[in-house]
Write a protein that binds this ligand. Sequence first.
Ligand code: ADP
Ligand code: MG
Length: 315
Amino acid sequence: MREIWTEKYRPEELEGVYGQQKVVERLKAYVEKESMPHLLFAGPAGTGKTTSAIALSKEMYGENWKTNFFELNASDERGIDVIRNKIKEYAKTSTVSEIGFKIIFMDEADSLTPEAQAALRRTMEKYSHNCRFILSCNYSSKIIDPIQSRCAVFRFRTLTDEDVEKWIDNIAEGEDLDVSQEAKRLLISVVGGDLRRITNLLQISASTTSDITEKIVRESANIARPEDIKRLMKDAVEGNFMEAKKQLDELIVENGLSGEDIIKQIHDEIYEVPMDNRKKMELVDRIGETEFRLVEGSNERIQLEALIAAISKKS
Ligand SMILES: Nc1ncnc2c1ncn2[C@@H]1O[C@H](COP(=O)(O)OP(=O)(O)O)[C@@H](O)[C@H]1O
Ligand SMILES: [Mg+2]
């Protein structure tokens, strides 16, 4: 099988992490001092949290990093007891490096219930003589205070358009791809700062050609054609709710687009719609709320239809 690009292009060193200068600086200081507290990495998906944890360990331990780094996923469906046993097993084995502690990296820590987090916190304390925990989460607000207060908190920011463009260029160079300006713009506007998703989409797009056009990206990413979104918005704004709904159905059912992608495209288009600013503001507010609900997992069809209804009512 061909190598997966998200692994192939994952930077080995902290220096190679894009757009997180402040985080990187602080992590490098830990490497210098060969000491660190427990860490909490918070930020959106695909912004470098796992990459930074691995790079930190590589720099801390050198070639022995693998025996000193243990990765766990908190969303392990077998629950906190299994996680605790794994941590216990790992923590018991003696430390091989001179550093004096090993690193336990726990991804998706915010998927643990508060009760499970309380159990995790006790585990962290129990093994803190020879283990440092790096917890990774999307939202630090979902992590209980007693854990937050024991960790140094690192905020990973969404990568800027510029960083994303550099990342695309980096892969294009490595794979000898010709990525058109329009294709880049589409990736940046729809996928945004999630470098994992960008990388995967580039790999899918490149499976048939090295000439990466906007059309190819749109097809591999299941992104709606801008003209379809424009039509949907036009119908909604003119008060043709049923027409707009039909258009939406087509995008979701026939083209298999995800609600989150559709909402991003609607957001991009709303500024182009002829409508007074006050109404636009209200709709942007509404878009924000719909997006939040979609991310939280509520029904896509209902949420998007409700949004279109709101747009239609403003006409
Ligand atoms: N800031 C970044 N700098 C360099 N590569 C990144 C960055 N963020 C994400 N990536 C790339 O995206 C993929 C996923 O990154 P990862 O660190 O696992 O993200 P997450 O924040 O979800 O843990 C990897 O291939 C990685 O190289
Ligand atoms: Mg991760």
